[in-house]
Design a protein around this ligand. Sequence first.
Ligand code: PNS
Length: 161
Amino acid sequence: MASIAVCPGSFDPVTFGHLDIIRRGAKIFDQVYVCVLNNSSKQPLFTVEERCELLKEVTKEIDNVYVESFQGLLIHYAKNKQANVILRGLRAVSDFEYEMQGTSMNKVLDENIETFFMMTNNQYSFLSSSIVKEVAKYNGSVVELVPEVVEAALQHKFSKK
Ligand code: PNS
């Protein structure tokens, strides 16, 4: 049986931390579906289409990674894809409570889909899309935090505001 993982997130925008998890996941699972979903507690800067375009650009060299978006529950998307795994990155203890709640909820919704956590590389343990947006908004350099195409998209977005 093929191992199919869904790597879900807001990806607003994708960072080197996300990319690290996606790359490592693609070495373990046969197929990785990176899915842009709505997080109801966040107000996104980029549209879903923009986030998908950036993700597609930065993952284009990884053959078994596919980028999509979905409106609705992650577990329904995972089921549609016949995925057996949800793949999430874990940075620090502060992520744990939120992840535990989501994972437990997803397990109630579908007990056959397992959530796997991968520790984010130490180099990126402080990194989040929110901190990247904050730095970029006030003209700080984000070259070490996001791919070039994302840096350009951030500059464009904030220059228009
Ligand atoms: O990058 P994020 O914001 O931490 O990702 C969170 C996300 C988008 C994966 C989560 O909010 C989600 O799964 N949203 C879809 C709606 C859903 O399935 N909610 C129930 C499980 S939390």
